[in-house]
Design a protein around this ligand. Structure first.
Ligand SMILES: Cc1cc2nc3c(=O)[nH]c(=O)nc-3n(C[C@H](O)[C@H](O)[C@H](O)COP(=O)(O)OP(=O)(O)OC[C@H]3O[C@@H](n4cnc5c(N)ncnc54)[C@H](O)[C@@H]3O)c2cc1C
Length: 414
């Protein structure tokens, strides 16, 4: 019997295994359905291109413990460090991210329309906060930014209509301060200290984002059983029997709960909650096309364009050919037969199992109910899927660390 069985060997599962063992809990098994660990953080080398097949992955964190953790396995000098160059294509022009700080880079007539709209946003006019996603972002950012960027981009990314989406994740959307937007336009520059995301990032010098996985998983492979999908779980009252083969006192799930529902025997008590746990899928397509700028990636909200993001691989993966570009496209919009970029056909396409947890109305309550239902049975959830929230890899690792710290009263040796 294992003390802990972990479902999934992405960054969360690997990090859990590592910290559990560091905390002196040696009886740990990780089951992974694929033939290698890494989940969304895997990379393929194709025709000289370094392709992160789960989509664009870059490393930064606000948690010093996560820097220490990563750099203890893959030293800092194994990474290149970049100042982020991310762009937005609006109509025919390409401006810097974020849109609200760079309106001054648009044609004058557009600037006037955007500025009038920002000045008249509901929040600036003192109107009450709406409780519907679309109205909320209009209230926050003004109609023009919403209609030209936020709504089309989010629809392309999530693949659901704004009316299905909750507002409880919107704290992530930057506050538009009207004074600042006007100031940036008049001064024709943005204040990068107000940047709404990490302005720098690390990217491995060799092997793509997956080299982080190789480094952290190296000592864990003895505990990871590959090609073993969890398809059946049963609680005896004392322990879990998994796939009729493994017995464990505690189980930590790092995979989407809606996918695991069948393996759990479809308990009626959480059926409604499971229906609110949804994710989207994306396709990552690789193209060869020369470029001569320094962009790392570009957002494309235009609905007439199928993909929503473009990555210029040679500008951040320095072991990659200079002419590699990959696109992220929502699976619902993707058609392998017609996919193209600048007249070229993709040389490879990868579809993710599960890309982003979708913040549909009621998702937060649903995941709390599911976790509360299983906690007395010692089945827990951790990470992007286990907690069903928008976490980057650094946050998923941090959540894994927090999970083990809670268990051990904060003590992790070594
Ligand atoms: C497009 C995109 C861009 C991103 N960009 C960044 C970024 O720039 N920086 C960043 O830090 N993070 C980024 N992220 C987020 C990052 O990928 C995740 O936070 C992180 O990979 C989550 O790791 P995880 O282990 O929780 O989940 P996953 O990586 O999804 O791992 C889950 C694992 O469980 C396995 N599994 C599933 N079902 C079963 C089963 N039944 N039995 C056994 N195994 C199973 C899967 O094969 C997988 O290996 C991005 C994500 C996406 C989709």
């Amino acid at each position: 019997m294992f003390d802990y069985l972990i479902i999934g060997a992405g960054v969360t599962g690997i990090t859990l295994s590592k910290f559990l063992r560091k905390a002196g809990i040696d009886s740990v098994l990780v089951l992974e359905k694929e033939d290698r660990p890494g989940g969304l953080c895997r990379t393929e080398m194709i025709n000289g291109h370094t392709l992160d097949i789960g989509g664009g992955h870059f490393f930064h964190t606000k948690h010093q413990e996560i820097f220490d953790y990563i750099f203890s396995f893959l030293p800092e000098n194994e990474f290149n460090y970049f100042e982020r160059v991310s762009k937005i294509r609006i109509g025919d022009v390409t401006i810097d991210y974020p849109i609200e700080s760079n309106i001054w880079q648009m044609p004058i007539d557009d600037q006037i329309e955007y500025l009038i709209s920002v000045v008249r946003n509901g929040e600036a006019l003192g109107m009450g906060e709406p409780h519907n996603y679309e109205e909320w972002i209009r209230w926050k950012l003004g109609n023009k930014i919403c209609d030209e960027y936020m709504i089309p981009y989010n629809e392309k990314l999530w693949g659901v209509s704004p009316s299905e989406m909750d507002v409880d994740w919107l704290y992530k959307i930057p506050r538009v301060n009207v004074d600042e937007v006007l100031r940036y336009c008049l001064e024709r520059k943005q204040d990068v200290t107000k940047f709404p995301a990490h302005i720098h990032f690390y990217y491995p010098k060799k092997g793509g984002f997956e080299s982080i996985i190789h480094a952290i998983a190296r000592d864990e492979m003895v505990n990871i059983r590959l090609n073993e999908a969890v398809t059946k779980m049963f609680h005896t009252g004392i322990s879990w029997i998994i796939n009729d083969t493994y017995e464990a006192r505690n189980v930590i799930n790092t995979t989407p709960w809606n996918d695991l529902y069948e393996a759990l025997g479809k308990p009626q008590e959480i059926e409604k909650d499971i229906s609110k746990i949804r994710y989207n899928r994306i396709v990552v397509s690789l193209y060869e096309h020369a470029y001569e700028h320094d962009w790392h990636w570009r957002y494309v909200p235009d609905n007439a364009v199928v993909h929503h993001r473009e990555f210029y691989i040679g500008n951040f993966a320095k072991d990659s050919r200079a002419d590699g570009i990959y696109l992220e496209t929502g699976t619902k919009r993707f058609d392998e037969n017609t996919a193209e970029f600048e007249g070229k056909r993709p040389i490879a396409n990868y579809e993710t199992d599960a890309a982003y947890p979708i913040p549909v109305v009621g998702h937060t309550n649903a995941i709390h109910n599911i976790l509360d239902y299983y906690e007395p049975m010692h089945l827990y959830g951790c990470g992007r899927w286990g907690q069903h929230e928008y976490q980057n890899a650094d946050v998923s690792m941090y959540e894994a660390l927090k999970f083990v710290k809670r268990l051990t009263g904060g003590e992790i040796n070594g």
